[in-house]
Design a protein around this ligand. Structure first.
Ligand code: IMP
Ligand code: MG
Length: 177
């Protein structure tokens, strides 16, 4: 069933079950690489909170988690400006890092974050993103773990917002033009 958020209509796109299946796969892929280490998952708030919760429950190996904040989005259009990283409360020196993002669109946010993380002497840095829009991506940083490659259309739900709303919707909806 369609839903209305502010001035836009959205149509059902991905069910909770479909999302969970990909998250379970991602957790397995991460475990295959890092289960013998104690990785630090760096979760990018706000959008990745729901993905991170389900990913961490699916990842049944030792891990540490830190929640940080960066913002680069206004409405349905990505802006070029990206803010600083706030809230990193774990010393990531000599650690294996997995950045947990909700969605990679232009790649500006992930590139900025990647640069900040790379100022530390980490042992490795990997990226896990639930959604990736290849048509919009302008960077060449490798995305190690990708849940879904999706078309360049705005989506909402499962942590992702449209002008602050819709984050609590448990499934993913796509904008109807
Ligand atoms: P980027 O910097 O252009 O890659 O944008 C990344 C950020 O923009 C994400 O972390 C989201 O917060 C937001 N974003 C990008 N595409 C969407 C979308 O389709 N729906 C909701 N938020 C989005
Ligand atoms: Mg985000």
């Amino acid at each position: 069933m369609e839903i209305q958020i502010l001035d836009h209509t959205f149509v059902p796109y991905l069910s909770q079950e479909a999302i969970q299946a990909q998250i379970d796969r991602l957790a397995d892929e991460i475990a295959a690489d890092l289960k013998d280490e104690i990785p630090v998952f760096i979760v990018i708030l706000n959008g990745a909170f729901m993905f991170a919760a389900d990913l961490m429950k699916a990842y049944s190996h030792p891990a540490e988690i830190s929640f940080v904040k960066m913002a680069s989005y206004q409405g349905t259009q990505s802006t070029e400006q990206v803010s600083q990283l706030l809230g990193l409360d774990i010393d990531i020196t000599n650690r294996h890092i997995v950045i947990v993002e909700d969605i990679v669109d232009t790649g500006n946010t992930i590139a900025e974050l990647y640069n900040i993380i790379n100022r530390y002497q980490t042992r490795s840095v990997r990226i896990a993103t639930l959604f990736y829009k290849p048509e919009a991506y302008k960077k060449d940083i490798t995305l190690d773990y990708v849940g879904f490659e999706i078309p360049n259309k705005f989506i909402v739900g499962y942590g992702l917002d449209y002008n602050k709303q819709g984050r609590n919707i448990p499934a993913i909806y796509q904008i109807k033009y």
